[in-house]
Design a protein around this ligand. Sequence first.
Ligand SMILES: Cc1cc2nc3c(=O)[nH]c(=O)nc-3n(C[C@H](O)[C@H](O)[C@H](O)COP(=O)(O)O)c2cc1C
Length: 258
Amino acid sequence: MPDSRPSAYTSETIELLSKRVSVRSYKPDPVPEAMVEAILKAAFRAPTSSNIQSYSVIVVRDREVLRRLAAITSNQKHVAEAPVFLAFCADLTRIAFALERRGHSIADNNMETGLVSSIDAALVGMSASLAAESLGLQGVMIGAVRNDATASAKILDLPDRVYCVFGMCLGWPAEAPAQKPRMDYASMVHYERYGAQRGASGMAAHLAAYDAALAKHYRATGRATTDDSWTHDMDKKFHPWLRDKLRQQLKERGFDFR
Ligand SMILES: Cc1cc2nc3c(=O)[nH]c(=O)nc-3n(C[C@H](O)[C@H](O)[C@H](O)COP(=O)(O)O)c2cc1C
């Protein structure tokens, strides 16, 4: 069962994270540009692999751009309606420029380049989310921009060697969803070496407990589910493989991932 024991330590940041939840409905009130700037400036202090800072963020408020982005995300309503949408992009253009200046090329980049730039973008994105929530904003990350990485790049006018890793809808919350339970702490944290759930029986017990907790949560919030809630959702999501054109689309954008 999910662990609901209080932690021995707390802080404003821990409180903020402990309460966080994805919010997909917003009041029409605007999010001031100065607030977005404060959020992003703080987020850009996130650690960045080898100081490469290989990310860019597109701040989107234009309704037509948001409508077109929403279409890529299987028409997620919150994307079309977000007061502001931040597109977190992996960006290799600066590294490409630096290498060219020194007579080299980034043309045949590899898995590491794609990975670190995507990790950088994710660290900035999560930091921005936390900074936004500290100001009372709430939102949701949007990975569905990768349903079509080529189309999202076109809509956002991204140059070669830039792709949108994920977006984030932000606004003043118009709903207060119940938190989804997380998996059991003891099943996720190991000491000194990977320990728990080795073997099928440990895994079966761990996931059966989580399936039951998630099914209970979904039923309490009026969402249809199955008794094997999480197991069922993962199978539905990843079989057949999700976004199997992505590797080719990212290659065309200048990320080799090989
Ligand atoms: C990288 C990333 C991409 C996501 N993409 C979407 C998305 O496209 N649409 C959506 O409604 N939620 C999206 N989510 C939100 C997750 O569904 C959500 O975080 C998860 O179900 C847990 O719920 P919680 O955030 O309320 O705890 C995304 C989250 C992450 C981290």
